[in-house]
Design a protein around this ligand. Structure first.
Ligand SMILES: Nc1ncnc2c1ncn2[C@@H]1O[C@H](COP(=O)(O)OP(=O)(O)O)[C@@H](O)[C@H]1O
Ligand SMILES: [Mg+2]
Length: 154
């Protein structure tokens, strides 16, 4: 497998098979590329980016899949904008994204909600063939609510 990393080394572009394995690989490549760029695997940026890539890649290989066609992951650090840009492109044009209004316990329809909540900006752009679903994260430290331990009694 050839991973293309352009110069300067702040961009990764990789075509992947539109399979669950390809989607898992997209997540792993994201953690690896970010670690190479100085963002540790277990840091906030990397964990959030991996989650976003996992959701977008899962959608690309289920809803955006066209048999025989790959999907593409692109990651780009945009330091001038203090931004990590994530792009997941698939080849299906005939199906729009939609928010499903299932309840909290519904297993389906949470992916785009996660993308909406975790990203600073996200959207969809059409391509000649298919579409790109993109999301952006700020590079600076992100604060996320973390569960606090209950204070000791007494
Ligand atoms: N890449 C995509 N291509 C086509 N349709 C998509 C894509 N991503 C999402 N969708 C549509 O948007 C809906 C909501 O996506 P999501 O919130 O991830 O829920 P889920 O994947 O569990 O159905 C999907 O059910 C699908 O109809
Ligand atoms: Mg989904």
């Amino acid at each position: 497998m050839n991973v293309e990393i352009s110069t300067p080394r702040t961009e990764l572009v990789q075509r992947l098979s539109a399979t669950p394995r390809g989607a898992r690989l997209a997540r792993r490549l994201t953690g690896g590329a970010l670690a190479t760029w100085g963002f540790p695997h277990d840091g906030d940026l990397s964990r959030t980016a991996q989650l976003l890539v996992a959701e977008l890649a899962a959608n690309a290989v289920t809803h955006g899949r066209v048999p025989g066609r790959d999907f593409e992951l692109r990651l780009a650090l945009l330091p001038g904008r203090n931004t990590l840009r994530i792009e997941v492109s698939d080849t299906r044009s005939d199906r729009p994204l939609r928010f499903l209004d299932g309840g909290l316990l519904d297993e389906h329809g949470r992916g785009l909600v996660v993308v909406q909540v975790l990203s600073a900006l996200w959207g969809v752009t059409t391509r000649d063939v298919g579409k790109t679903v993109w999301a952006e994260l700020p590079l600076s430290a992100r604060r996320r609510p973390c569960p606090r331990r209950p204070a000791p009694e007494g």
